[in-house]
Design a protein around this ligand. Structure first.
Ligand code: NAP
Ligand code: F7E
Length: 322
């Protein structure tokens, strides 16, 4: 089997590549041209994957990429994925995160409609939630240009499945984190600063809304769900999450506790990190994924926080030695 991953240099792309290589897949990764390479997360497998340049903004490059790599499965993980940036760059976010999906689907339709397709949809589509917990039938009410772009990506995926009979699945994934998470996302921002504070390299941690709640899981668990969706007899959409919700404050408390510090001495809330519109209570109803895919999360919230703090402590200690 051969898989093509867009966004292979990102958090999920790197875990998915690890997972698929473990299953004996040939893995192709799409990377965009840049003046410096961003292969940090895939350096450990760089000799085992084939990287090809193309861009979600460039239709012809996607068509050529698919002709050239001849994948059985495509995982579309590439996106502008940081919610705050989507208010500053709403048009570009729409180009990557919304229209980019149509460009990949069009390339599949033209080159080989038998290719199976996974779309990285998001719990951000639920936004101002209409029900708690959220399942595959919960209506969307996105609260950011990112969430709106993802809602477009979801519906165009469903539309190509219904219009052209393409095996296209939309995975509606709730927040998932890991030591490979980008440092601007709140979990990694917390754990990297906790490590610096513990080692005396920083004094304060400035955050935004500490009361915001999320359903946080481990990225390594979630990439298995992506793969499972493409192994079913029929293409469908699935909500993937833990079914638990925790506040940013709880994450902070566990992270500081883990290194023996009291968060109240170090954490301050700043207006600049608040958002124009917030998503207050996201929590997944993962019943369908459990029943149909046989999927369930393995890493608990507590284990996730500690895993990330430990990894950041190790990184900071290595930097100190070097
Ligand atoms: P990430 O770490 O931000 O990675 C995004 C990837 O997309 C990077 O490899 C990036 O490449 C690539 N990319 C961005 N713009 C591109 C373009 N124009 N052409 C080609 N590649 C482009 O995101 P992630 O956390 O792994 O998430 C993976 C996907 O799942 C994203 O679509 C995200 O929106 C979605 N999602 C994530 C979560 C979550 O909690 N992590 C939850 C639900 C959905 P560079 O390295 O060149 O920047
Ligand atoms: O924010 C609050 C912030 O940026 C989580 C992406 O992967 O998951 C991710 O989007 C919460 C928000 O992730 C800070 O207000 C407080 O309520 O880590 P985040 P996100 O916006 O939930 C979804 C499912 C995706 O699809 C996205 O691609 O934390 N928060 N203080 C803060 N957030 C940040 N970033 N920084 C703070 O200082």
């Amino acid at each position: 089997m051969r898989a093509l991953i867009t966004g292979i240099t990102g958090q999920d792309g790197s875990y998915l590549a690890d997972f698929l290589l473990g299953k004996g897949y040939e893995v192709y990764g799409m990377v965009r041209r840049s003046s410096t390479e961003s292969f940090e997360r895939i350096n450990h497998i760089i000799d085992k994957v084939t990287l090809k340049q193309a861009d979600l903004l460039d239709q012809l490059s996607l068509i050529e990429l698919i002709k050239d790599s001849k994948p059985d499965e495509i995982y579309n993980l590439g996106a502008q994925s940081f919610v705050p940036t989507s208010w500053n760059q709403p048009v570009l976010t729409g180009e990557f995160t919304a229209l980019g999906v149509t460009r990949v689907l069009e390339a599949i339709r033209l080159v080989n409609p038998k290719i199976k397709f996974y779309q990285a949809s998001s719990s951000e589509m639920f936004g101002k939630v209409r029900a708690v917990p959220q399942n595959e039938s919960t209506p969307f009410h996105p609260r950011s240009p990112y969430g709106v772009a993802k809602a477009y990506g979801h519906f165009i995926t469903v539309n190509y499945r219904e219009s052209y009979d393409i095996f296209a699945c939309s995975g509606i994934l709730f927040n998932h984190e890991s030591p490979r998470r980008g440092k601007e996302f709140v979990t990694r921002k917390i754990t990297s600063e906790v490590a610096k504070i513990k080692l005396g390299k920083a004094k304060k941690l400035y955050l935004g809304n500490l009361e915001a709640k999320r359903d946080w899981g481990f990225a390594g668990d979630y990439v298995e769900a992506m793969w499972l969706m493409l192994q079913q007899a029929q293409a469908d959409d699935f909500v993937i999450g833990t079914g638990e919700t925790h506040s940013v404050k709880e994450f902070v408390e566990i992270a500081f506790d883990h290194v023996g510090l009291d968060y109240k001495k170090y954490v301050e809330s700043k207006k600049e990190f608040f958002r124009p519109a917030e998503v207050d209570l996201l929590v997944a109803d993962n019943t369908k994924a459990k029943k149909v895919l046989g999927w369930q999360p393995k890493v608990s919230f507590d284990e996730l926080v500690k895993m990330m703090v430990d990894a950041d402590l190790k990184l900071q200690e290595m930097a100190r030695v070097a």
